[in-house]
Design a protein around this ligand. Sequence first.
Ligand code: APR
Length: 246
Amino acid sequence: MKIDIPQRFLEILKNAGSVVVSTGAGVSAESGVPTFRGEDGLWKKFRPEELATVEAFQRNPQLVWEWYQYRRDIIKKIKPNPGHYAIADMAKYFDKFQLITQNVDVLHRQAGSTDVIELHGNIRRNKCIKCGKINYDEGFAQFPPLCGCGGRLRPDVVWFGEMLPEDDLEKAFDVSRSCDLFFSVGTSGIVQPAASLPPTARQNGAFVVEINLEPTELTFVTNEHYHGKSGEILPVIVEKIKQLRG
Ligand code: APR
């Protein structure tokens, strides 16, 4: 695949000291993970208020768990795609590099990314709503599963209306404020506070690049945008980085 990389962007790729990559569901689409708002997105088929809120869990924990088990089963069978691997590779070429994701599918880690800010949690993890203990248990005999303390376990993901993990959020904004180059990959840019990261980076002088299948709410804050598949575009950009910085 060939993409046009203008001179200004080439210079940034050559000289940038700190880089942030922020991803959404689109980076996992080529692995077979349904996005949320795309054509066959999850929120086209399911009602978030019935499945992804604290109230929904209190009302019907069985239904919520069945849905997360369904998503866990999908995610267990899939593998990272060239987009995930390109991002893991990109990290080696910059002094400061931070990956931030809204995805709960753990595919970035599977692709070899070690330092990942998981803003919306991790679908493979459970948390006790009573004692707060975390575990990675699977294959529960009953739903909702219980913690040793007798409390109910819930998937350790951030639901609508819930606060994001404070430390992670603060770090995400800090690195976005101080980076030279910011990539926004595979996100519709609708959900806050993650959608504020690209404009924050731009306002603080970073060169912002969007890689997304289609224009988004964020396209207007970018210096450069590539509308296509991240699994095809990212490897080309990383190849260029290797040539310039290898
Ligand atoms: N390559 C690049 N972009 C893609 C690809 C692809 N192969 N396939 C789809 N996309 C784009 C779509 O065009 C869309 O703009 O990815 C974007 C995915 O947007 P959403 O489905 O809205 O997902 P996201 O932005 O990650 O959602 C944010 O919303 O539902 C909550 O907590 C959930 O983390 C999620 C948050």
